[in-house]
Structure formats: C-alpha cells, structure tokens
Design a protein around this ligand. Structure first.
Ligand SMILES: [Ca+2]
Length: 122
C-alpha cells in the first residue's frame, strides 16, 4: 500500500479540513486511472478520485495510455495561469466549464482546484 499527497489533496485539505486529509491518507493507490484538472493522471481508487474531484476512468484502467484533458485550462493555452483565474472570476456563482468540482456553480473550491493545478498542462 502506497500513500502520497497530491496538489489537489493539499488544496482540498486547506478548504475542507482534517477529515478530507484523513480520507487521503487512509486510501491506497489501487483501483483505476483518475484524471485531474491539470491533465495529470493518478492511479488510485474511485473514492479517492471522486473526493479530490478527479474523473475516474473505471476499475482496472491504467494511466499508461490514458489521455486526460486539461480541464482547468479554459483558454486552451496549455498552461493554467492567471488568464484561467480571470475565467473563474468571470463565471463566479454560475455553472459552466469553470465548475471544476461539478457542484453546479463556480466558486472558491473551483479556484482552489485551479491553483492546485497551476502551471503547464501535463
Ligand atoms: Ca464548483
């Protein structure tokens, strides 16, 4: 069993508290491929993937051969940067592609996910 701390986990811990961190530390990396907003892929179980707002690709899927979309790169520049923050602010309180956590609106959790994915798309 392997444990790790991913940027999305850190962002969620900062906004969600110790309970979210406990889930991250209590789960293993078995399961399937999970895609994150920066286009990265992590091999992990479905619960962990969903907890950190990844897109679970299914049991038994592998990151090797999986192409994950860079969903936090709203302007297609292949980098998650201030221009994407401006998109979050433009759609603040509204649904749409800037709703990274899928709760139906754009807000602070989406901004934290974007900051956690900051930098070049993977
Ligand atoms: Ca949201």
């Amino acid at each position: 069993m392997t444990y790790r701390l991913i940027p999305q986990a850190l962002a969620r811990w900062l906004t969600g508290g110790a309970a979210v961190l406990a889930i991250a530390l209590a789960t293993s990396v078995d399961g399937g491929a999970c895609c994150y907003p920066d286009g990265s892929c992590v091999q992990e179980d479905e619960i962990e993937c969903i907890t950190f707002h990844g897109m679970y690709q299914g049991d038994g899927t592998l990151c090797f051969g999986t192409i994950c979309p860079c969903t936090a790169d709203f302007n297609g520049s292949l980098t998650i940067d201030f221009q994407d923050v401006l998109q979050i602010l433009t759609f603040w309180g509204a649904p749409g592609p800037t709703d990274l956590d899928g709760d139906g609106t754009t807000g602070m959790p989406d901004l934290m996910l974007l900051i956690g994915a900051w930098g070049p798309c993977v």
